[in-house]
Design a protein around this ligand. Structure first.
Ligand SMILES: Nc1ncnc2c1ncn2[C@@H]1O[C@H](COP(=O)(O)OP(=O)(O)OP(=O)(O)O)[C@@H](O)[C@H]1O
Length: 657
């Protein structure tokens, strides 16, 4: 019994060897997000029915916002169809009475005619109304999907970077993507549910008039089917939720096998057949889950149909008894048979539609929960304006620890970036350089200490204005699949630009020869995503990235910070020397340049060099001061210099003091 009436629980499928080998264990969504938020996913029938009005209300509000006239048209046509169904049953009753009444056959046929005419007219009216409703609902559905998708995307881009890095939040982003399509389907299900409710109310009214005992019997027929459909939907939802990580991993493997970036290793290292084998293993465990669901659905539906059949037999038995005992005449019984049939069909349809609504509403609820969580993690819009002139940006004993890490990535770091200066940040891998850049740019806020723009604490400033003052060029900068011109202009997309306007940035970055090679110059489509697009080499892309940074910097005259993180990793030696001197030239009076690089030759001309070690500031000073101190910096510099000169002419790297 518990199998059928107990709570729906996630199945515990076998873990495939492939999962263990690739991911260290099973990948299952543990519904942690909802539990973590004290909002346990409650899949009982009562809770479904309780939460549904709010979710249906939210979808209808969206539809109202999208096109209220279309929504009103749908409402009117559905109510009209319900009324037509009731009038149709009354006409059937009149036909039955005429058919089974007294008089000759010809007289009875004459008496039949008005009823038959009414039935035909009602059928025509019904089909006109149904067509009207379908066309209006067809307009509403894509509009609602568009609104929900826009809400989803807008929320996703407005959250703090910390939320994007949080695996739980990422999972929520993943599951919420199904919401917009579900909202679209909910419109159709709402319309169908409204239709079947109205026809059911009409039929129930007629049945009650015919005999009061018929209504409860009708409900008894439909109830088991309602329960069955709801149970199947819940099992399917729990399964989708439990397997979402598995699905994501399978998709990831599929993408890796087809992505351009992995194509070389996939072929040369033989990764293709290896991953394909693992993909098949993982697909097999997902198929086993599908099979389990299908069997469970078959059993549930069989039990529901059996219970419904018993109720149907009891109803017809009661009607026979009522006729035999003289409590119901034959014409009424004839109408009742038709009414019970159409009523149980309406009730069945209503149950199916409520079930669809319930299933879709689970995804719409995830979408809603994502919007709420995204709002909670949104970058605040309020704040003081950033003064145009700030003279310097400074970090004062800043500490930052990633949520899932014990050790801080930055520990009590203090540094100053005066406008017009070049500051270099160096340190071993994992020493905290990128984290420092995220703190500087306002993408992360410090847990301890203060970041100051001039005299203002960054936490009190309007963050979008802080972002507006930061230009970023990282080694993994985005290679947008758009034209070369747009790839540069996107550095400040709100600023209109003709190709001529962008020429200064192209020249600055030394990207002239790159653009000259393109078939349509700056109008050429880049990145091999679309047909006819041109792929650039890593170094050529880096020049385009540098032009983008220049365009961003040159379109603002307010004090700003330019952060360049390994900007020359893909450049040839000549281009690298040239790029470092260009970056230095960007340190205009109203700009502070921060340079993160492992290329020690690029940092020696910086005004000030900060050395990070395990998140702490180990030393700082000019190149000459740091070399004289013979600390970590001197050790790193000597280690690189030793690669370029004959052995013996440069002191061998020593351990830091
Ligand atoms: N999103 C994150 N979540 C958790 N820990 C992180 C995250 N990003 C970085 N870390 C950790 O923070 C520490 C500092 O990382 P960071 O990327 O700032 O170093 P880095 O100096 O830029 O390294 P590299 O020279 O290799 O680029 C590392 O221990 C890293 O594992």
């Amino acid at each position: 019994m518990k199998r059928f009436f107990g709570k729906v629980r996630p199945a515990e499928p076998e873990v495939s060897d492939a999962e263990r080998e690739l991911f260290g264990g099973p990948l299952r969504y543990d519904m942690g997000w909802s539990q973590h938020e004290n909002a346990r996913l409650d899949l009982t029938l009562a809770s479904a029915l309780r939460s549904m009005p709010a979710l249906v209300g939210a979808t209808l509000r969206m539809a109202w916002k999208a096109d209220r006239r279309a929504l009103i048209a749908v409402g009117i046509s559905e109510v009209g169809q319900g009324v037509a169904a009731a009038v149709g049953l009354l006409a059937v009753n009149a036909v039955m009475h005429a058919l089974l009444g007294s008089g000759s056959a010809v007289e009875r046929l004459h008496a039949l005619l008005p009823g038959l005419l009414a039935i035909a007219t009602i059928a025509v009216v019904n089909s006109v109304l149904a067509g009207w409703s379908t066309s209006r609902a067809g307009r509403l559905e894509p509009l609602v999907e568009r609104i929900a998708t826009t809400q989803y995307l807008a929320a996703a881009v407005s959250v703090e970077l910390e939320a994007i890095d949080d695996p739980d939040f990422r999972r929520l982003i993943d599951i919420a993507q199904y919401g917009p399509a579900s909202a679209r389907r909910m419109i159709g299900a709402c319309v169908a549910a409204l239709n079947s409710t109205i026809s059911l109310v009409a039929t129930a009214g007629v049945l009650t008039v015919l005999h009061p005992a018929l209504l409860p019997m009708l409900i008894l027929i439909a109830a088991p089917r309602g329960w069955g459909a709801m149970r199947v939907a819940q099992e399917r939802y729990v399964s989708v939720m439990s397997w979402i990580e598995h699905l994501r991993a399978s998709r990831l493997i599929g993408n890796l096998l087809t992505e351009r970036t992995a194509a070389q290793e996939v072929r040369i290292h033989g990764v293709g057949p290896f991953l394909l084998g693992r993909y098949k293993h993982m697909a097999r465990s997902a198929e086993a889950e599908q099979e389990r669901l299908a069997s469970s659905k078959a059993v549930t539906e069989w039990v529901a149909a059996a219970l419904s059949g018993v109720a149907m037999a009891a109803t017809y038995g009661t009607m026979i008894w009522l006729v035999m005992s003289g409590h119901m005449n034959l014409a009424v019984a004839g109408t009742a048979v038709i009414a019970v049939r159409s009523g149980s069909a309406s009730l069945g349809a209503l149950v199916m539609n409520i079930n669809t609504l319930h299933e879709e509403s689970l995804y719409v609820r995830d979408h809603g929960r994502f919007l709420t969580e995204a709002a909670r993690h949104a970058i605040p819009k309020a704040g003081d304006p950033v003064p145009k002139q700030v003279r310097q940006v400074a970090l004062d004993r800043v500490t930052y620890r990633y949520p899932d890490r014990e050790a801080p990535a930055l520990d009590q770091v203090t540094l100053t970036l005066p406008m017009g200066s070049v500051t270099a940040v160096v340190g071993e891998n994992g020493s905290g350089k990128s984290t420092l850049m995220k703190i500087l740019s306002g993408l992360l806020l410090p847990q301890e200490g203060i970041v100051r723009w001039g005299d203002s604490d960054i936490t009190g400033l309007e963050r979008s204005q802080v972002f507006d003052r930061v230009a970023l060029l990282t080694q993994d900068f985005e290679r947008w699949p758009v034209t070369a011109a747009m790839n540069i202009r996107i550095g400040r997309p709100g600023h209109d630009a003709t190709p001529e306007d962008l020429q200064a940035s192209v020249d600055y970055a030394g990207a002239g020869p790159v653009v000259a090679k393109l078939p349509d110059g700056l109008q050429s489509l880049l990145a091999r995503v679309f047909r006819g697009a041109i792929e650039l080499s890593g170094g050529e892309w880096q020049k385009i990235g540098l032009a983008r940074t220049h365009w961003r910097s040159s379109t603002s005259s307010a004090d700003s910070v330019l952060i360049v993180d390994e900007p020359t990793s893909a450049l040839d030696p000549e281009a690298e020397i040239e790029a470092f001197s260009r970056i230095r030239r960007l340190a205009a009076p109203h700009r502070a340049v921060v340079l993160v690089t492992h290329r020690m030759s690029g940092v020696r001309h910086a005004d000030r060099i900060y050395v990070l070690h395990r998140g702490r500031l180990a030393e700082h000073g000019s190149h000459d001061e740091l070399m004289a101190a013979r600390g970590r910096y001197a050790a790193m510099f000597d280690a690189q210099a030793a690669q370029y000169v004959p052995a013996g002419t440069v002191p061998r790297p020593t351990a830091p003091a």
